[in-house]
Design a protein around this ligand. Sequence first.
Ligand code: HDD
Length: 696
Amino acid sequence: MKSQNKDNQNQKNEQLDQVRSDPTHQVLTTNQGVKIADNQNSLRAGIRGSTLLEDFILREKITHFDHERIPERIVHARGVGAHGYFKAYPGNERFTKAGFLTDPDIETPIFVRFSTVQGPRGSADTVRDIRGFAIKFYTQEGNYDLVGNNVPVFFVQDGIKFPDFVHAVKPEPDTEIPTGASAHDTFWDFVSLVPESAHAVIWAMSDRAIPRSLRAIQGFGVHTFRLVDAQGKGRFVKFHWTPKQGLQSLLWDEAQKLAGKDPDFHRRDLYQAIEQGIYPEWELGVQIVEEEDEMSFDFDLLDPTKIIPEELVPITPLGRFVLNRNVDNFFSEVEQVAFCPGHIVPGIDFTNDPLLQARLFSYTDTQLSRLGGPNFHQIPINQPVCPFHNNQRDGMHQMRVFKGQSSYQPNSTGDNWPIETPPAEQNGGFESYQERIDGSKIRQRSESFSDHFSQPRLYYKSLAPHEQKHVVEAYTFELSKVKNPAIRQRQVQQILANIDPDLAQQVGKNLGIEVIDLEQKFKESQVEKSAKLSMQAFIPEDIKGRKIAVLLHDQVYSDGLEQVKAWAAQEGVIIELLTPSVAPVKDAQGKTLPSDGMQSAEPSIAYDAVILPDGANLDAVLQDGMVKHYLLEAYKHLKPIVFLGNRTAFFEQLGLYEDEGTFSQADFMQVTEPLKQLLRQHRVWSREPVAALVPA
Ligand code: HDD
């Protein structure tokens, strides 16, 4: 078994190795293998004459170049991916017969792609948006794709509304504005007319939609799926994946600034962490509902706009996955990976969620135009690691050379191979879950899908005060960008007022809209508050992968730096030494200190805390507007600031109040514990005024 596992792990790498192209020590050739003598000049009629059509080297090179782009994904175009592995915990055979979930000895290779939804391929990483979270498990029983998001609910209940929703959220068709943002008329027009969107919209207006790092987001399968055990018994499940890194978000001001200062902020962060061996990790778990309990909730399990509060059904952990290898080539792997919720393996099955049913069709269909034909499963990143054989033949970009006469079944020309595998308790052929279907053909939404407000209300009520404040600010910002006052009004009076009167009143006040009908009867959800909806419920044990900027300047006292670095290495914290220009600086003893980056190019918004060591010319340094701005901005964004020195008036000099997040201490080891606690909490929340929440 152990050696077979090793094979599993290595199989995907070997597969990719076979197609990896390393130009080192290779001569330059055409695609036909002809050695090229001159790659600098095209073939001309005379030294200053016109270029000749005969130049097959030029034509091949330009033709290939002209076709280097493929259509970007219609949604989730902007993304980043990484490789890793999944390992199951023991005991899951109670729920499923899927091999990769039940054998704790197997390390299943995985590929994960994170994405934003709205923006095109070149848009910024930090926009306010839902994040896609898609995993491909290369199991021994075939590829399994879990194509989820970082929020647990979706905007519409039926796939027939998906194109309408996407058209509304995408840039407006006349101007193609805005890029990567939902803050515009068509989005708010649609969602204010479609109350089923209210739950997903309030998640999108929360801090969840502006993550600090893709390593610090939760993932959800959204739909209710099924796990099927070896006896054929099915159970309803909702998939969750929970980051070991905890949950952290940007502040809206940071997210907007980063979109300009570093549009690649998230992909850089993920790449850097993996390169430095700080491997992100998630636990995969399920909420399990027995079939006989299907109807015991005040919502429909098939409705993808609903969560199951964890107070009603706790999460059962199934295993963990780790991302430990960056891609070699972005296009070949991240751009060409093709996910589909219909890629399932024995032991997992669908439900009748009408959104899921439409997705089962849509993903393969979209790959046909994106990847150019029906053989996209042969692209290395999409190939299963287990053997795959059938009688499908030919088509665009066929990579296989099939032997023999038979491409049909039954056949006698090939001894009837390849043959079917009957279903079995383990390692059998796929058999659909035998759900009884009995109904009339009908285009109608079930009455059990009709409550749109109790869960967004539950969500809002479950947030911490500062999180609620951010929700109010997000609605205010977004609706302030809406030009048509009737749309703003509809959202506030017909949607927000049905969620929560305070929420409606505060947003209304900010927009100059009077909320008149506050006497609505709110439908309360089965639980009053749900603890796991607040990001505060996900504070990690450690601070691995957090980033601290250390501002250096000429004549700095560098004695404490070694301590800072040693502490950071022990905690897995990334320390970057930033200098006024990227040239090295000299410390007070004349020692040269190298630079990891320039202060003006690496702003405080990209870090979780800032350290400024004292120095012989600190007074002059503090006159520098750049340094002042750096520290004030870090303060504004609720970040810990450590002054490594003994000047009591340091913070006063900057015009800042000292608080639990400001440290003035020459001995760094005195501040490590409170600093660590603040970094675990991610921000100095006590610095943020939440008084504005109390309605006037
Ligand atoms: Fe989708 C891509 C997630 C509903 C149609 N979707 C896509 C990706 C993610 C999701 C993460 C990017 C995959 C990647 O990284 O390549 N989509 C969701 C979730 C949904 C959802 C969590 C609701 C629960 N999607 C949904 C519906 C439809 C689609 C209802 C159509 C009926 N989605 C697509 C698509 C995409 C896609 C057009 C674009 C690129 C692709 O599939 O491969 O087919």
